[in-house]
Design a protein around this ligand. Structure first.
Ligand SMILES: Cc1cc2nc3c(=O)[nH]c(=O)nc-3n(C[C@H](O)[C@H](O)[C@H](O)COP(=O)(O)OP(=O)(O)OC[C@H]3O[C@@H](n4cnc5c(N)ncnc54)[C@H](O)[C@@H]3O)c2cc1C
Length: 443
């Protein structure tokens, strides 16, 4: 572990008490599931996807609906605490810390169908699965997250990650996150060379993760005492680094201070892993080829074929084409009143994070119950999202914002524009219990 990783014990007890270990960490934005009164109904609710959003809704609705049938559809058996993957890929956490069994999070009364939705048929209130099954519903909640499209980068294959060819990617899986750490270690032990860090040309989950990977790697390079032997470059397809102007400027300045060369309007197009070369398309210019010793690949991300090709998606010509179409405040599909969205799958001007899922779940539950009772949908999502932006191993900033990049700080004692050890501790020690409380529908 890098030497600047200070021990947890150095955090003041006062700060810990202020945060409130575990569930209390969500601060003033937390709203308890208990605030919703249970209703009697025979409705059949189908949830697509047993990730952060799907499990949270299964738990919430089990508590708030009496007599309902709840079905969840997903083949995946394991649940991954994805916000921990940057810590794994940075050599701070062991990968086992992020893996649990989905069965342990689902209420026993929930009917779990092991399958993947291949087609949405909202005109007939049904979904068709890849294995040929049909599942009918009265109400549908789409929580299918997003798809990682490594296949859109020529020559890229997730099997290349961590195979000694300098290819890393924190996104692909927990094993890939751990293998990315190994690949970074191999590069550092060479004592010199070029590292290329990338952003994708699409929306992405945790838009801070590619930046966090750059900052923790810089920290590790600086720890060698030979930082000048390493060349670090960062590629941005849009020219921007982060959606909120203050943080965008902050990161640009920090990159400049830490000797990171930015290549704006460059999009990763192909890699040749054997030759360790990456090809970039450059907006308004010729393609460029770069040699690398390490490359952090961040793939394009989409909502997935089943959703994209369905009437539930934003259509070509609309903003957020291919992502799930919902009213961004009520989370109800704008064409089908019995279809709802939660999490990364939705098209909206907000960062795709677990922190957003926490807010979605509360709003969705309230509006869903109101709709079942024929009441108006009064709960409104304010666009809240958050990301502890790791700026070094042992330092982070608590980035929290809503629609139009408006800062929405939760804690009076944390300056959202300052890095601190306290926010690092929050990320490293306290967000995982809060996340698990969210899965259980408790916050
Ligand atoms: C490296 C990394 C770092 C991150 N860091 C943070 C962070 O610091 N803070 C933060 O708040 N968030 C962070 N996130 C983001 C966070 O993990 C996601 O935003 C969150 O998990 C989204 O929840 P979800 O339910 O929409 O999707 P997921 O949790 O990804 O779950 C989607 C589920 O849907 C299933 N599915 C997909 N397609 C289908 C189908 N057709 N049929 C049935 N099931 C399907 C999948 O198998 C999966 O189980 C990070 C993510 C990554 C990868």
């Amino acid at each position: 572990m890098p030497k600047k990783h200070l021990p947890f014990e150095s955090v003041s007890r006062r700060d810990l008490l202020k945060f409130g270990v575990g569930a209390g960490v969500v601060g003033p934005l937390a709203l308890t599931a208990g605030s919703v009164k249970a209703i009697n109904t025979k409705v059949h609710v189908v949830i697509v996807g047993a990730g952060a959003g799907g499990i949270s809704m299964a738990n919430r609705l089990t508590n708030s609906l009496q007599g309902a049938k709840i079905t969840i559809i997903d083949t995946r058996e394991k649940h991954y605490y994805q916000p921990g993957w940057t810590l794994v890929a940075s050599g701070v956490w062991n990968k086992d810390k992020t893996v649990t069994d989905i069965v342990d999070w689902l209420p026993k009364s929930v009917n779990w169908v092991k399958g993947m939705v291949a087609e949405y048929d909202p005109d007939n209130n049904r979904v068709l699965l890849e294995d040929g099954q049909t599942v009918n519903y009265d109400q549908l909640i789409v929580a299918s997250g997003l798809q990682l499209r490594y296949d859109l980068i020529q020559g890229m294959d997730v099997d290349l990650i961590g195979k000694g060819k300098g290819v890393g990617s924190v996104y692909a899986s927990i094993d890939a996150a751990a293998a990315t750490n190994d690949e970074i270690k191999r590069w550092i032990s060479k004592g010199s060379g070029t590292g290329l860090f990338n952003l994708p040309p699409t929306a992405l989950k945790c838009a801070g993760a590619p930046l966090k990977m750059t900052f923790t790697t810089l920290h590790r390079l600086e720890d060698t005492g030979r930082r000048d032997q390493f060349n670090v470059e960062f590629m941005t397809p849009s020219g921007g680094l982060f959606g909120v102007p203050f943080y965008n400027d902050f990161i640009k300045q920090r990159f400049s201070d830490q000797g990171v060369k930015r290549n704006d309007l460059w999009t990763l197009k192909a890699i040749d892993a054997d030759a360790k070369k990456a090809t970039y398309s450059v907006k308004g210019g010729e393609d460029q080829v770069k040699d690398y010793d390490f490359i952090h690949v961040v793939p394009p991300m989409t909502a997935g074929a089943a959703l994209e090709n369905s009437p539930l998606a934003f259509q070509p010509g609309e903003s957020f084409t291919g992502w799930m179409k919902v009213d961004r405040e009520t989370l109800q599909n704008t064409s089908y009143a019995n279809v709802w969205g939660i999490g990364d799958v939705m098209g909206m001007p907000s960062n795709k994070t677990a922190a957003s899922v926490k807010m979605h779940a509360k709003v969705l539950e309230e509006n869903f119950l109101a709709s079942l009772q024929g009441k108006p949908l009064t709960a409104k999502h304010n666009g809240y999202t958050s990301c502890p932006m790791i700026t070094a191993i042992g330092k982070a900033m608590l980035v929290e914002f809503g629609w139009d990049s408006k800062l929405l700080p939760s804690f009076s004692f944390i300056d959202p524009k300052q890095e601190s050890w306290t926010v690092w501790v929050m990320k490293e020690r306290m967000l995982r219990p809060a996340y698990y409380a969210m899965l259980e529908g408790k916050i």
